[in-house]
Design a protein around this ligand. Structure first.
Ligand SMILES: NC(=O)c1ccc[n+]([C@@H]2O[C@H](COP(=O)([O-])OP(=O)(O)OC[C@H]3O[C@@H](n4cnc5c(N)ncnc54)[C@H](OP(=O)(O)O)[C@@H]3O)[C@@H](O)[C@H]2O)c1
Length: 243
């Protein structure tokens, strides 16, 4: 990873922060995107080599600015990590349509659009790495909109993987289970029993290893992979059993 330019979204959050720490250790040149001013300030204090960028990923103009900043200011993009995202928990009938669309704008469209925008500057050896979720395999009750955004992400990036393979560009999808980050507080109303999870450091390590080792579809453990695929095969029964 040494000397590679990495554009990382969601760097101010739980998993993103850990990915950032590892990238700095690996001596990558990181453009770290988030909205939280305090966390961005912390990034510039703790990691002086990192370029923190404040941007709201719902806004296409700001997405274009992030890419120009990386290309013109840092010298291209070798690795794009689409990590930013959030969940909305509860009965979808109580959610506003605009709020549901905003979630898709961040979780799905910003990843699609950033990928579209960086690909012209990415040469052979480039990597697009996505933090998806096991929920992409088994949607859960009260997570309908979030699950749909992650299924869309899985599906889109599996398809375009084959479109860019010939150019020597790799697409990695990582499927974490429940991770111990502020994600659940932000999703509001999630019962405490659903909140235990793996440490974000593990997700970060697995993602960086996948980039180095050239893996494509990545789970944190054999059991996660088995559960996801079994759940997928069982379909509606698994959704009923798990929720
Ligand atoms: N935690 C889990 O159990 C879990 C499991 C599977 C997958 N994931 C996925 O992992 C990724 C990281 O989540 P996390 O657990 O680390 O949650 P987190 O701590 O809440 O971090 C979320 C990150 O996304 C950024 N973000 C959200 N909306 C944004 C917007 N409009 N513009 C720019 N940035 C925005 C946040 O930035 P600001 O705070 O600066 O706005 C923050 O850096 C997400 O895609 C999530 O879906 C999480």
């Amino acid at each position: 990873m040494e000397g590679k330019v990495v554009l990382l979204t969601g760097a101010t959050g739980g998993i993103g922060w850990e990915i950032l720490r590892l990238l700095v250790k690996e001596r990558a040149k990181v453009v770290a995107v988030g909205r939280d001013e305090g966390r961005l300030r912390e990034i510039s204090e703790i990691f002086p080599t990192v370029k923190p960028v404040q941007a709201d990923l719902r806004d296409e103009r700001q997405r274009a600015e992030i890419v120009s900043m990386a290309v013109e200011g840092v010298g291209g993009v070798d690795v794009l990590i689409n990590n930013a995202g959030y969940g909305m928990y509860g009965d979808f009938r109580g959610m506003g349509l605009e709020d549901m669309k905003a979630l898709f704008e961040v979780n799905f469209w910003s990843a699609v659009d950033l990928t579209r925008k960086v690909l012209p500057f990415m040469g052979e050896g480039g990597v697009i790495a996505n933090v998806v979720s096991m929920i992409a395999f088994v949607p859960l009750k009260y997570w309908a909109v979030y699950a749909a955004s992650k299924s869309a992400m899985r599906s889109f990036f599996m398809a375009i993987r084959e479109e860019v393979r010939g150019e020597g560009i790799r697409v990695i999808n990582v499927y974490p289970p429940v991770v111990n980050t502020p994600f659940f507080d932000k999703a509001k109303g999630v019962p405490p029993t659903r909140r235990k999870g793996v440490p974000p450091e593990r997700v970060a390590k697995v993602l960086i290893d996948a980039i180095k080792k050239g893996r494509q579809e990545v789970f944190l453990s054999f059991w996660d992979a088995l559960l996801a695929h079994l759940g997928f095969l069982l379909g509606p029964l698994s959704v009923r059993l798990i929720t």
